[in-house]
Design a protein around this ligand. Sequence first.
Ligand code: PBG
Ligand code: ZN
Length: 299
Amino acid sequence: MFMYPIFITDDPDASVEIGSLPGQRRWGINKLEGFIGPLVSKGLESVILFGVPLSCPKDARGTLADDQNGPVILAIKKLRSLFPSLYIACDVCLCEYTDHGHCGVLHEDGTINTPPSVERIAEVAVSYAKAGAHCVAPSDMMDGRIKSIKRGLMDAGMGNKCLLMSYSAKFSSSLYGPFRDAAGSAPSFGDRKCYQLPPAARGLARRAIQRDAGEGADIIMVKPAMPYLDIISDAAELTPDHPIACYQVSGEFAMIHAGARAGVYDLKAMAFESTEGLVRAGATLILTYFTPDFLDWLS
Ligand code: PBG
Ligand code: ZN
């Protein structure tokens, strides 16, 4: 049930600790074998890739996102050839690649311009699918992107080859801080409140889940996880024929570590309690930075 989020950067030999995410690193493509190999031996079945371009200039439309020599596309190909049994998902978003750090393409006045955003995001998703990704997972929250990605995959002949996991109910959360450090994706101005859901918006979340299922999503995701257990359970009820994923995000992981360091609880016990709660709520797939720990704990 675990999918492991990993950060791939453009220095091929990188292995750089991420201060706010205990035990997690930014990896270069030459280090993937040594990093992932032992985890696959312990039973790792799936990963989700995040690209972190550090040396190339970013632009307004996120050109680097599907650069054929960029870290994500190189990593897909490398991981597929090194570990044929490993399931490879790719996060699809523009914020790691745009100079303004927002998840879409902007109007002159800095607001999101939805049609070109959706078009660009679908293009990136199809590029990842063509490179060999088993699953594409758009995290941008632009209206209409699921339909447009599904159409793009079908038109490219990949409709039945690449699965579409939607970050359907993605809330505007304080828990993404360590991730934005790790990925260099903090917005340079404003925030993401126009496209991510307000924390209290249960109705909007339910509508987004149903809309994405109707537009062709194959997996429905709720994110973050722990403060949104009711939404996970809503998703399980609203779309009972879809796998329900949830993302125990960077801030939840960092918070569980920080609590353990402060003597509030035992780390392992709390990691189990938090994920068991997600399963109880209805999750059938959990994206978590604890995945390598669980491979040890559950062996
Ligand atoms: C980017 C993206 C974010 C996360 C996954 N994809 C951050 C954001 O929306 O700012 C968060 C993951 C985490 O915190 O672990 N669209
Ligand atoms: Zn984004």
